[in-house]
Ligand binder design. Structure first.
Ligand SMILES: Nc1ncnc2c1ncn2[C@@H]1O[C@H](COP(=O)(O)OP(=O)(O)OP(=O)(O)O)[C@@H](O)[C@H]1O
Ligand SMILES: [Mg+2]
Length: 385
Protein backbone atom coordinates (compact mmCIF):
# COMPACT_ATOMS: atom_id res chain seq x y z
CA UNK A 1 0.00 0.00 0.00
CA UNK A 2 1.43 3.35 -0.83
CA UNK A 3 2.24 5.28 2.28
CA UNK A 4 0.19 8.20 1.02
CA UNK A 5 -2.70 6.38 -0.62
CA UNK A 6 -6.01 6.63 1.24
CA UNK A 7 -7.21 3.24 2.41
CA UNK A 8 -10.70 2.32 1.26
CA UNK A 9 -12.58 1.28 4.37
CA UNK A 10 -16.19 0.13 4.76
CA UNK A 11 -18.08 0.01 8.01
CA UNK A 12 -20.84 -2.50 8.82
CA UNK A 13 -23.14 -2.04 11.77
CA UNK A 14 -25.29 0.67 13.25
CA UNK A 15 -25.99 2.14 16.65
CA UNK A 16 -24.05 4.60 18.73
CA UNK A 17 -20.72 2.77 18.57
CA UNK A 18 -20.89 2.63 14.78
CA UNK A 19 -21.67 6.35 14.58
CA UNK A 20 -18.72 7.21 16.84
CA UNK A 21 -16.40 4.96 14.90
CA UNK A 22 -17.59 6.39 11.60
CA UNK A 23 -16.63 9.85 12.89
CA UNK A 24 -13.19 8.56 13.92
CA UNK A 25 -12.65 7.02 10.49
CA UNK A 26 -13.65 10.17 8.68
CA UNK A 27 -11.65 12.42 11.02
CA UNK A 28 -8.39 11.22 9.50
CA UNK A 29 -7.65 11.70 5.84
CA UNK A 30 -5.88 8.32 5.82
CA UNK A 31 -9.19 6.66 5.02
CA UNK A 32 -11.86 6.91 2.41
CA UNK A 33 -15.10 5.50 3.72
CA UNK A 34 -17.01 3.53 1.10
CA UNK A 35 -20.33 1.73 1.21
CA UNK A 36 -20.39 -2.05 1.24
CA UNK A 37 -23.64 -2.58 -0.61
CA UNK A 38 -23.78 -1.30 -4.16
CA UNK A 39 -20.00 -1.16 -4.52
CA UNK A 40 -18.79 -2.02 -8.00
CA UNK A 41 -16.74 -5.25 -8.23
CA UNK A 42 -13.74 -3.33 -9.44
CA UNK A 43 -13.81 -0.73 -6.66
CA UNK A 44 -11.03 -1.51 -4.26
CA UNK A 45 -11.74 -2.15 -0.60
CA UNK A 46 -8.80 -2.49 1.77
CA UNK A 47 -10.48 -3.17 5.10
CA UNK A 48 -14.02 -3.80 6.34
CA UNK A 49 -14.83 -2.88 9.93
CA UNK A 50 -17.63 -4.82 11.63
CA UNK A 51 -19.10 -3.09 14.65
CA UNK A 52 -20.28 -5.41 17.42
CA UNK A 53 -22.21 -4.26 20.49
CA UNK A 54 -23.98 -7.31 21.91
CA UNK A 55 -22.87 -10.22 24.02
CA UNK A 56 -23.29 -12.92 21.38
CA UNK A 57 -20.76 -13.63 18.67
CA UNK A 58 -21.64 -11.90 15.39
CA UNK A 59 -21.66 -15.02 13.14
CA UNK A 60 -24.39 -13.83 10.84
CA UNK A 61 -23.16 -10.25 10.59
CA UNK A 62 -19.71 -11.53 9.58
CA UNK A 63 -21.19 -13.93 7.02
CA UNK A 64 -23.27 -11.10 5.49
CA UNK A 65 -20.21 -8.89 5.36
CA UNK A 66 -18.21 -11.56 3.57
CA UNK A 67 -20.88 -11.85 0.92
CA UNK A 68 -19.85 -8.34 -0.11
CA UNK A 69 -16.09 -8.44 0.20
CA UNK A 70 -12.99 -10.57 0.67
CA UNK A 71 -11.19 -7.65 2.34
CA UNK A 72 -9.71 -8.22 5.82
CA UNK A 73 -12.22 -7.64 8.62
CA UNK A 74 -11.53 -5.71 11.80
CA UNK A 75 -14.03 -6.51 14.55
CA UNK A 76 -14.75 -3.38 16.59
CA UNK A 77 -16.46 -4.35 19.82
CA UNK A 78 -17.85 -2.53 22.83
CA UNK A 79 -18.02 -5.81 24.75
CA UNK A 80 -14.64 -7.48 24.56
CA UNK A 81 -14.15 -10.88 26.14
CA UNK A 82 -11.63 -13.68 25.78
CA UNK A 83 -14.37 -15.83 24.25
CA UNK A 84 -15.04 -13.22 21.58
CA UNK A 85 -11.34 -12.85 20.78
CA UNK A 86 -10.99 -16.65 20.39
CA UNK A 87 -14.07 -16.71 18.18
CA UNK A 88 -12.67 -13.85 16.07
CA UNK A 89 -9.37 -15.70 15.60
CA UNK A 90 -11.17 -18.86 14.52
CA UNK A 91 -13.39 -16.87 12.17
CA UNK A 92 -10.36 -15.39 10.38
CA UNK A 93 -10.91 -11.84 11.62
CA UNK A 94 -7.79 -9.76 11.02
CA UNK A 95 -7.86 -7.83 14.30
CA UNK A 96 -10.09 -6.83 17.20
CA UNK A 97 -10.52 -3.19 18.19
CA UNK A 98 -11.86 -2.38 21.62
CA UNK A 99 -14.32 0.49 21.70
CA UNK A 100 -14.22 3.26 22.60
CA UNK A 101 -10.87 3.69 20.89
CA UNK A 102 -8.70 6.71 20.20
CA UNK A 103 -8.37 7.91 16.62
CA UNK A 104 -4.73 6.77 16.75
CA UNK A 105 -5.74 3.22 17.76
CA UNK A 106 -8.32 3.07 14.96
CA UNK A 107 -5.72 4.29 12.47
CA UNK A 108 -3.14 1.76 13.66
CA UNK A 109 -5.42 -1.28 13.70
CA UNK A 110 -7.00 -0.56 10.30
CA UNK A 111 -3.67 0.23 8.62
CA UNK A 112 -2.09 -2.88 10.12
CA UNK A 113 -4.94 -5.09 8.88
CA UNK A 114 -4.56 -3.70 5.36
CA UNK A 115 -0.80 -4.09 5.36
CA UNK A 116 -0.87 -7.64 6.73
CA UNK A 117 -3.42 -8.68 4.11
CA UNK A 118 -1.29 -7.23 1.41
CA UNK A 119 1.79 -9.13 2.53
CA UNK A 120 -0.22 -12.34 2.62
CA UNK A 121 -1.47 -11.97 -0.92
CA UNK A 122 -0.28 -14.96 -2.85
CA UNK A 123 2.90 -14.73 -4.81
CA UNK A 124 4.51 -17.87 -6.10
CA UNK A 125 7.97 -16.65 -5.21
CA UNK A 126 8.99 -17.35 -8.81
CA UNK A 127 7.49 -14.37 -10.51
CA UNK A 128 8.54 -13.61 -14.04
CA UNK A 129 9.98 -10.38 -15.32
CA UNK A 130 8.62 -9.18 -18.66
CA UNK A 131 10.57 -6.20 -20.01
CA UNK A 132 9.25 -3.97 -22.78
CA UNK A 133 12.02 -2.29 -24.76
CA UNK A 134 12.58 -0.48 -28.01
CA UNK A 135 15.64 1.42 -29.19
CA UNK A 136 13.38 4.12 -30.64
CA UNK A 137 11.48 6.64 -28.51
CA UNK A 138 7.73 6.81 -28.93
CA UNK A 139 7.35 3.32 -30.35
CA UNK A 140 4.78 2.30 -27.73
CA UNK A 141 6.75 0.89 -24.78
CA UNK A 142 4.67 2.59 -22.14
CA UNK A 143 1.39 1.81 -23.91
CA UNK A 144 2.32 -1.86 -24.21
CA UNK A 145 3.74 -2.24 -20.70
CA UNK A 146 0.79 -0.55 -18.96
CA UNK A 147 -1.76 -2.49 -21.01
CA UNK A 148 0.14 -5.74 -20.48
CA UNK A 149 0.20 -5.31 -16.71
CA UNK A 150 -3.44 -4.27 -16.46
CA UNK A 151 -4.66 -7.07 -18.74
CA UNK A 152 -2.76 -9.71 -16.74
CA UNK A 153 -4.16 -8.43 -13.43
CA UNK A 154 -7.76 -8.04 -14.56
CA UNK A 155 -8.14 -11.05 -16.84
CA UNK A 156 -5.90 -13.64 -15.23
CA UNK A 157 -5.91 -12.33 -11.66
CA UNK A 158 -2.11 -12.33 -11.82
CA UNK A 159 -0.44 -10.53 -8.95
CA UNK A 160 1.33 -7.90 -10.98
CA UNK A 161 3.85 -5.14 -10.41
CA UNK A 162 4.62 -2.54 -13.07
CA UNK A 163 8.02 -0.87 -12.64
CA UNK A 164 8.84 2.20 -14.69
CA UNK A 165 12.57 2.12 -15.40
CA UNK A 166 12.42 4.87 -17.99
CA UNK A 167 14.26 6.72 -15.25
CA UNK A 168 14.34 10.20 -16.80
CA UNK A 169 11.02 10.54 -18.54
CA UNK A 170 8.86 7.66 -17.35
CA UNK A 171 5.15 8.09 -17.93
CA UNK A 172 3.64 4.76 -16.90
CA UNK A 173 1.99 6.29 -13.82
CA UNK A 174 0.41 9.14 -15.77
CA UNK A 175 -0.90 6.72 -18.39
CA UNK A 176 -2.71 4.94 -15.55
CA UNK A 177 -4.05 8.18 -14.07
CA UNK A 178 -1.89 7.86 -10.95
CA UNK A 179 -0.08 10.75 -9.28
CA UNK A 180 1.99 9.05 -6.58
CA UNK A 181 4.46 10.79 -4.30
CA UNK A 182 6.78 7.78 -4.07
CA UNK A 183 8.89 6.48 -6.91
CA UNK A 184 11.70 4.04 -7.51
CA UNK A 185 14.08 6.78 -6.41
CA UNK A 186 12.46 7.14 -2.94
CA UNK A 187 12.33 3.34 -2.60
CA UNK A 188 15.98 2.80 -3.42
CA UNK A 189 17.15 6.01 -1.72
CA UNK A 190 16.31 4.92 1.83
CA UNK A 191 18.91 3.12 3.90
CA UNK A 192 16.72 0.24 5.12
CA UNK A 193 17.23 -3.08 3.34
CA UNK A 194 14.90 -3.74 0.46
CA UNK A 195 12.34 -6.49 0.96
CA UNK A 196 8.80 -7.29 -0.14
CA UNK A 197 7.28 -5.36 2.74
CA UNK A 198 9.21 -2.20 1.95
CA UNK A 199 8.41 -2.56 -1.75
CA UNK A 200 4.70 -2.75 -0.85
CA UNK A 201 4.89 0.53 1.03
CA UNK A 202 6.34 2.43 -1.93
CA UNK A 203 4.04 1.16 -4.66
CA UNK A 204 0.73 2.65 -5.69
CA UNK A 205 -2.20 0.40 -6.50
CA UNK A 206 -4.16 0.98 -9.69
CA UNK A 207 -7.87 0.14 -9.62
CA UNK A 208 -7.11 -2.89 -11.84
CA UNK A 209 -5.09 -4.38 -8.97
CA UNK A 210 -1.70 -3.65 -10.57
CA UNK A 211 0.87 -2.22 -8.18
CA UNK A 212 2.91 0.53 -9.79
CA UNK A 213 6.41 1.69 -8.92
CA UNK A 214 6.82 4.89 -10.93
CA UNK A 215 9.93 6.46 -12.40
CA UNK A 216 11.57 9.35 -10.49
CA UNK A 217 9.77 12.68 -10.70
CA UNK A 218 12.77 14.66 -11.95
CA UNK A 219 15.12 13.61 -14.76
CA UNK A 220 18.16 14.56 -12.67
CA UNK A 221 17.18 11.92 -10.08
CA UNK A 222 17.67 9.15 -12.64
CA UNK A 223 21.38 8.88 -11.98
CA UNK A 224 20.68 8.24 -8.29
CA UNK A 225 19.20 4.87 -9.23
CA UNK A 226 22.14 2.49 -9.46
CA UNK A 227 22.46 -0.67 -11.49
CA UNK A 228 23.03 -2.96 -8.53
CA UNK A 229 19.97 -1.45 -6.84
CA UNK A 230 17.93 -2.26 -9.94
CA UNK A 231 19.12 -5.86 -9.91
CA UNK A 232 18.13 -6.31 -6.29
CA UNK A 233 14.83 -4.48 -6.85
CA UNK A 234 13.92 -6.95 -9.59
CA UNK A 235 15.05 -9.91 -7.47
CA UNK A 236 12.85 -8.79 -4.57
CA UNK A 237 9.96 -7.93 -6.91
CA UNK A 238 9.87 -11.40 -8.45
CA UNK A 239 9.73 -12.92 -4.97
CA UNK A 240 6.64 -10.88 -4.12
CA UNK A 241 4.78 -10.88 -7.45
CA UNK A 242 3.80 -13.43 -10.06
CA UNK A 243 4.46 -10.98 -12.85
CA UNK A 244 6.76 -7.97 -12.96
CA UNK A 245 6.35 -5.79 -16.07
CA UNK A 246 9.15 -3.30 -16.74
CA UNK A 247 8.82 -0.19 -18.88
CA UNK A 248 12.16 1.13 -20.13
CA UNK A 249 14.00 4.05 -21.76
CA UNK A 250 14.84 3.85 -25.46
CA UNK A 251 18.56 3.21 -25.09
CA UNK A 252 21.10 0.71 -23.85
CA UNK A 253 22.70 2.00 -20.69
CA UNK A 254 23.59 0.60 -17.26
CA UNK A 255 20.03 0.32 -15.87
CA UNK A 256 18.85 -1.42 -19.04
CA UNK A 257 21.69 -3.93 -18.88
CA UNK A 258 20.87 -4.59 -15.23
CA UNK A 259 17.23 -5.09 -16.21
CA UNK A 260 18.20 -7.52 -18.97
CA UNK A 261 20.08 -9.62 -16.41
CA UNK A 262 16.78 -10.21 -14.61
CA UNK A 263 14.50 -10.45 -17.65
CA UNK A 264 12.65 -13.68 -18.48
CA UNK A 265 10.78 -12.30 -21.47
CA UNK A 266 11.91 -9.34 -23.55
CA UNK A 267 9.24 -7.75 -25.73
CA UNK A 268 11.29 -5.86 -28.31
CA UNK A 269 8.99 -3.35 -29.97
CA UNK A 270 9.42 -2.13 -33.49
CA UNK A 271 7.28 0.10 -35.68
CA UNK A 272 6.88 -0.33 -39.42
CA UNK A 273 9.31 2.40 -40.41
CA UNK A 274 12.85 2.19 -41.72
CA UNK A 275 14.71 4.13 -38.97
CA UNK A 276 13.12 2.04 -36.22
CA UNK A 277 13.88 -1.19 -38.05
CA UNK A 278 17.51 -0.13 -38.49
CA UNK A 279 17.79 0.41 -34.73
CA UNK A 280 15.99 -2.84 -33.93
CA UNK A 281 18.49 -4.68 -36.13
CA UNK A 282 21.31 -3.07 -34.14
CA UNK A 283 19.54 -4.05 -30.93
CA UNK A 284 19.34 -7.67 -32.07
CA UNK A 285 23.10 -7.62 -32.71
CA UNK A 286 23.76 -6.05 -29.30
CA UNK A 287 21.58 -8.63 -27.57
CA UNK A 288 23.55 -11.34 -29.30
CA UNK A 289 26.83 -9.80 -28.15
CA UNK A 290 25.44 -9.67 -24.63
CA UNK A 291 24.51 -13.36 -24.95
CA UNK A 292 20.90 -12.56 -24.16
CA UNK A 293 19.12 -15.91 -24.66
CA UNK A 294 17.26 -16.02 -27.95
CA UNK A 295 14.36 -17.95 -26.43
CA UNK A 296 13.59 -15.04 -24.12
CA UNK A 297 13.16 -12.61 -26.97
CA UNK A 298 9.88 -11.71 -28.71
CA UNK A 299 9.64 -9.20 -31.54
CA UNK A 300 6.44 -7.16 -31.34
CA UNK A 301 5.44 -5.08 -34.33
CA UNK A 302 3.42 -2.14 -33.01
CA UNK A 303 1.40 0.35 -35.07
CA UNK A 304 0.93 -2.17 -37.87
CA UNK A 305 -1.23 -0.83 -40.67
CA UNK A 306 -2.28 -1.96 -44.14
CA UNK A 307 -0.86 1.32 -45.50
CA UNK A 308 2.62 0.72 -44.10
CA UNK A 309 5.23 -2.02 -44.32
CA UNK A 310 3.55 -5.32 -43.61
CA UNK A 311 4.67 -8.12 -41.34
CA UNK A 312 6.54 -9.87 -44.19
CA UNK A 313 8.46 -6.67 -45.06
CA UNK A 314 9.42 -6.22 -41.42
CA UNK A 315 10.52 -9.85 -41.09
CA UNK A 316 12.61 -9.46 -44.25
CA UNK A 317 14.20 -6.26 -42.91
CA UNK A 318 15.01 -7.86 -39.56
CA UNK A 319 15.86 -11.23 -40.99
CA UNK A 320 13.79 -12.63 -38.16
CA UNK A 321 10.27 -13.75 -37.40
CA UNK A 322 7.85 -11.23 -35.91
CA UNK A 323 6.17 -12.86 -32.93
CA UNK A 324 3.27 -10.49 -32.31
CA UNK A 325 1.50 -7.78 -34.24
CA UNK A 326 -0.33 -4.88 -32.59
CA UNK A 327 -2.30 -2.70 -35.00
CA UNK A 328 -2.24 1.05 -35.39
CA UNK A 329 -5.49 2.01 -33.72
CA UNK A 330 -6.96 5.46 -32.99
CA UNK A 331 -8.44 4.16 -29.72
CA UNK A 332 -4.89 3.99 -28.30
CA UNK A 333 -4.11 7.75 -28.14
CA UNK A 334 -7.66 8.34 -26.89
CA UNK A 335 -7.07 5.80 -24.11
CA UNK A 336 -3.69 7.38 -23.30
CA UNK A 337 -5.21 10.84 -23.04
CA UNK A 338 -8.06 9.48 -20.92
CA UNK A 339 -5.55 7.77 -18.58
CA UNK A 340 -7.43 4.47 -18.92
CA UNK A 341 -5.57 1.63 -20.63
CA UNK A 342 -7.07 0.57 -23.96
CA UNK A 343 -7.56 -3.01 -22.71
CA UNK A 344 -10.02 -1.57 -20.18
CA UNK A 345 -11.61 1.26 -22.16
CA UNK A 346 -11.72 -0.42 -25.59
CA UNK A 347 -11.08 -4.16 -25.26
CA UNK A 348 -13.24 -4.64 -28.37
CA UNK A 349 -11.08 -2.42 -30.61
CA UNK A 350 -8.29 -3.92 -32.77
CA UNK A 351 -5.46 -2.91 -30.41
CA UNK A 352 -7.36 -4.11 -27.32
CA UNK A 353 -8.13 -7.47 -28.94
CA UNK A 354 -4.53 -8.03 -30.09
CA UNK A 355 -3.08 -6.92 -26.77
CA UNK A 356 -5.37 -9.21 -24.79
CA UNK A 357 -4.41 -12.10 -27.04
CA UNK A 358 -0.71 -11.38 -26.50
CA UNK A 359 -1.14 -11.26 -22.73
CA UNK A 360 -3.41 -14.30 -22.62
CA UNK A 361 -0.89 -16.40 -24.50
CA UNK A 362 1.97 -15.09 -22.39
CA UNK A 363 0.40 -15.31 -18.96
CA UNK A 364 -1.72 -18.39 -19.66
CA UNK A 365 -3.72 -19.80 -16.77
CA UNK A 366 -7.32 -19.12 -15.99
CA UNK A 367 -8.35 -16.33 -18.35
CA UNK A 368 -11.50 -14.61 -17.14
CA UNK A 369 -12.56 -12.72 -20.25
CA UNK A 370 -12.96 -9.35 -18.62
CA UNK A 371 -13.65 -10.05 -14.98
CA UNK A 372 -11.40 -9.67 -11.98
CA UNK A 373 -10.59 -13.30 -11.40
CA UNK A 374 -8.73 -15.63 -9.11
CA UNK A 375 -5.03 -15.49 -8.47
CA UNK A 376 -4.34 -19.05 -9.48
CA UNK A 377 -2.96 -18.27 -12.90
CA UNK A 378 0.72 -18.22 -12.27
CA UNK A 379 1.99 -20.63 -14.83
CA UNK A 380 3.39 -18.87 -17.77
CA UNK A 381 3.19 -20.46 -21.16
CA UNK A 382 4.84 -18.12 -23.57
CA UNK A 383 2.99 -18.41 -26.83
CA UNK A 384 3.27 -16.90 -30.26
CA UNK A 385 0.84 -16.01 -32.94
N1 LIG B 1 -0.78 0.74 -31.64
C1 LIG B 1 -0.91 2.07 -31.55
N2 LIG B 1 -1.85 2.71 -32.26
C2 LIG B 1 -1.95 4.05 -32.18
N3 LIG B 1 -1.19 4.84 -31.41
C3 LIG B 1 -0.26 4.25 -30.66
C4 LIG B 1 -0.05 2.84 -30.69
N4 LIG B 1 0.96 2.55 -29.83
C5 LIG B 1 1.36 3.72 -29.30
N5 LIG B 1 0.64 4.74 -29.80
C6 LIG B 1 0.76 6.16 -29.47
O1 LIG B 1 2.11 6.52 -29.50
C7 LIG B 1 2.42 7.39 -28.44
C8 LIG B 1 3.75 6.99 -27.87
O2 LIG B 1 3.58 5.75 -27.19
P1 LIG B 1 4.39 5.45 -25.86
O3 LIG B 1 4.41 6.64 -24.98
O4 LIG B 1 3.88 4.18 -25.31
O5 LIG B 1 5.82 5.22 -26.48
P2 LIG B 1 7.18 4.99 -25.70
O6 LIG B 1 7.95 4.01 -26.50
O7 LIG B 1 6.91 4.65 -24.29
O8 LIG B 1 7.83 6.42 -25.80
P3 LIG B 1 9.07 7.01 -24.98
O9 LIG B 1 10.29 6.40 -25.58
O10 LIG B 1 8.99 8.48 -25.21
O11 LIG B 1 8.86 6.62 -23.55
C9 LIG B 1 1.30 7.29 -27.42
O12 LIG B 1 0.81 8.53 -27.10
C10 LIG B 1 0.26 6.44 -28.07
O13 LIG B 1 -0.94 7.10 -28.14
MG1 LIG C 1 7.54 5.54 -22.50
Amino acid sequence: MAADRRLHVALAGDGEAATTLRSALTATDAFELTELAGRGQSEPLDVAVLVHEGTSEPHEELARLREHTGAPVVLATTTPSSGLVRWALDAGVADVLWLPASEESVLFVVEKAAQTARQLEPGSGEGRVVTVFSPKGGSGKSVVSTNFAVAAATHAGTKTLLIDLDLQFGDAAIMLGLAPDNTVRELLGTPAALDGEKLGVYTERHSSGVDVLPAPMSPEDAELVGEEAIRSLLRVARESYDLVVVDTAPFFYGPMLATLDQTDELLLLCNPDVPTLKNVRLTLKTLELLSFPEDRLRIVLNRASANLMDRGDVEAALDRKVDWVLPLDPTVPIAVNGATPAVLSRPDAPFGIAMLELVRATVGGDWAGGKQHNRAARLFSFGRN
